[in-house]
Design a protein around this ligand. Structure first.
Ligand SMILES: [Zn+2]
Length: 342
């Protein structure tokens, strides 16, 4: 307990000298969250989205591409909220982005992040698109909303210590959200219950943010201790230059053994957060459709397409009942460090 308190104190004392780089679940996480959410929908909605499943899966990373590939500066703060910068522990947070801007000023809000308010905004837009019956808008907004909901379930998207940089754990962000699911995700059970109507999306979103933030120390502390107990070459795959090997995005590549021990110490956290993201994404899509007056989606999708994708959907649903999400064909971001099978 003492260590937890000390660790949290260390984190908060360094709040004001941190940066606010935005990262996100890797492609594996985002693509599986969006596909899982499609499979979790009631049948009419599922058929509509499944007709465009390749788009729903690929666009899961679209909001990140707008940051990294297009350099869209307005996009970045939508992916995180640095709660410490809103004096989270002492004051109730602003309910709307307008309230946040009037209390803190636009420059501060853009730097400190806008994720929960952006989810509310996207819900409004998705509901309007359902009302208008605009297929392309529905698909784009639903896929993007799944991305932001995924981000809200990644604890490090709620804190200034977003990459463990304050606690000497640089690289833990991509390690937790990308390398761990790439190694262990095929063993996860990601099945969720039937969709629920969400009466108050804003309230539910803040509950998710609270829960994510409550897990920040639980995510960081075990690896912080592991770092002290393991020399560099036990933590990382070492390059020929004697430094840790980095992946395409500059994140250090951890060894399988180190990843395995950390993943065990997390006690299922990555799997739980992914499952919760799938559930809330499906719930929000369903809620937007209900709030739009339950429009007939079969009128804006192709019957022949539905027939063509039917065998694949049937196979996906069979796997889904066992908690597996097949067929994402995600391009991995880390080299495979798993030991060769005997
Ligand atoms: Zn993101």
């Amino acid at each position: 307990m003492g260590r937890v308190v000390l660790f949290a104190a260390c984190l908060f004392s360094a709040v004001f000298c941190s940066t606010s780089e935005a990262w996100a679940w890797g492609a594996w996480g985002h693509e599986h969250i969006n596909k899982g959410a499609v499979l979790a929908l009631p049948s009419g909605m599922r058929t509509f989205f499944y007709n465009h499943i390749d788009y729903m899966v690929r666009e899961a990373t679209g909001p990140d591409l707008r940051i990294y590939t297009l350099g869209d500066k307005a996009e970045k703060p939508r992916h995180y909220i640095n709660l410490e910068k809103y004096d989270y522990l002492n004051k109730p947070l602003p309910k709307t982005i307008e309230e946040a801007v009037s209390r803190y000023g636009n420059a501060h809000v853009q730097e400190a992040g806008t994720l929960p308010w952006h989810i509310q905004d996207m819900m409004g837009r998705l509901t309007a698109a359902f009302k208008k019956g605009r297929r392309s808008e529905i698909l784009l907004l639903a896929a993007d909303l799944g991305h932001y909901i995924g981000d809200a379930h990644m604890p490090l998207h709620t804190t200034v210590n977003h990459d463990g940089q304050i606690t000497g754990q640089e690289g833990i962000h991509a390690f937790w959200e990308c390398q761990l699911p790439e190694i262990f995700g095929s063993k996860y059970n990601l099945h969720v219950s039937e969709v629920h109507y969400v009466k108050d999306v804003a309230k539910a979103t803040w509950t998710i943010i609270d829960s994510s933030y409550a897990q920040v120390t639980k995510l960081l502390l075990p690896e912080h201790k592991m770092k002290l107990d393991n020399p560099l070459d036990k933590q990382y795959i070492m390059g020929a230059d004697g430094a840790p090997q980095k992946n395409f995005f500059g994140a250090p590549v951890h060894t399988y053994q180190y990843a395995h021990v950390y993943h065990e110490l997390l006690g299922g956290m990555v799997e739980r957060q992914m499952r919760a993201a799938i559930q809330f994404t499906a719930d929000c899509w369903y809620t937007a459709w209900v709030n739009a007056g339950k429009p007939d989606l079969s009128a804006i999708t192709s019957e022949s397409l539905a027939e063509a994708v039917h065998p694949a959907m049937r196979a996906d649903m069979k796997a889904w009942k066992n908690g597996k999400i097949r067929g994402c064909h995600t391009q991995k971001e880390f080299p495979d460090v798993r030991p060769a099978e005997k």
